[in-house]
Ligand binder design. Structure first.
Ligand SMILES: C[S@@+](CC[C@H](N)C(=O)[O-])C[C@H]1O[C@@H](n2cnc3c(N)ncnc32)[C@H](O)[C@@H]1O
Length: 285
């Protein structure tokens, strides 16, 4: 836990489930980097935050996913963070600088669905390098299939693998609640890149399926889209702690067969949070 620096913008407030997600992610990224050997690999985060966040109720200040990715024992060759505004960029720059001893961190300010912003990212990835992208949008409206398609089509590494995508899929109540609202049609179609989701909506409307089935089918449809992009392995994991049904699904698209196990170990493990008595930092770098 860090001291909160009140002289600057208060970090984003988060709930316990987000803290849990960040703890799981720290384990995932640590285990992931251990598999890299000497292969060149770049880390990309599309919806990066300001570097830290504050837990609602406990005022516990914790590092966000960007800082956790920078902390692994084995390092990526390059880190690219797309942040939406200058304030977040300045904060992330300040917090990431102590970790950037090899000058490998790039902070790009802009809207990550913007063509030019994505191109800026692609220009930074060396040819034939592997890459992993964390895609953690603040709700389904901010995520577009066109962005996912671009990432998948960017190019292959020397093993013939596409960019790996770790998607925090926002299958939260908002998507389900808005499923039948005409004014949300366009944003849901942009999320999926097609209108097949409307069949799920229709089945839900006429009572053919319930909420649970609709949720499951919405996740399945997204995974089918990723499969259609040519990924060999699509893994879906539902974190169960703090919210049932889960606020999000983690969907991993990869051409490597070793990642699913890492994902299940990181997100499936029983764990304590930094605000809990039995929390131990012994596994953290
Ligand atoms: C759910 S948070 C994820 C933050 C980070 N991955 C974490 O868990 O610590 C979503 C972040 O996306 C940023 N954001 C929102 N719209 C964006 C956009 N169009 N492009 C880039 N970032 C965006 C927000 O500022 C917010 O920090």
């Amino acid at each position: 836990m860090n001291e909160l620096n009140i002289s600057e913008k208060i970090p984003k407030q988060i709930r316990k489930w987000t803290c849990h997600k960040l703890e799981c992610f720290a384990d995932y990224i640590e285990a992931y980097t251990r598999t890299l050997d000497n292969n060149k690999c770049c880390y990309l985060e599309l919806y990066a935050g300001c570097g830290n966040c504050i837990c609602k109720g406990t005022d516990c200040v914790i590092e966000d996913s960007a800082l956790r990715a920078l902390r692994t024992k084995t390092k990526f060759d390059k880190y690219m963070f797309v942040v939406t505004d200058h304030q977040n960029a300045r904060s992330l720059k300040r917090l990431s600088t102590p970790h950037d001893t090899a000058n490998t961190v790039e902070i790009i300010t802009g809207n990550c669905i913007n063509e030019k912003v994505i191109q800026q990212v692609f220009d930074l990835i060396p040819r034939s390098a592997s890459s992993l992208a964390l895609i953690d949008p603040p709700g389904y409206r901010k995520l577009r299939w066109s962005t996912i398609k671009k990432l998948a089509a960017h190019g292959k590494d020397w093993k013939g693998h596409k960019m790996e995508l770790l998607i925090i899929f926002p299958l939260e109540m908002a998507l389900l609640r808005n499923l039948t609202r005409p004014e949300c049609e366009a944003s849901i179609t942009r999320l999926y890149g097609n209108r097949k989701w409307q069949e799920i909506k229709q089945n839900k409307l006429v009572g053919k399926i319930g909420l649970g089935k609709a949720r499951q089918r919405l996740a399945e449809l997204y995974k089918a889209g990723l499969k259609g992009l040519g990924y060999r392995h699509i893994t879906d994991f539902k974190p169960s702690r703090f919210s049932k049904p889960p606020v999000y699904h983690i969907i991993l698209a990869s051409d490597s067969d070793s990642r699913a196990k890492i994902l299940e170990e990181a997100w499936g493990k029983e764990r304590y949070l930094p605000c809990e008595l039995l929390y131990s930092r012994k596994d953290r770098p």
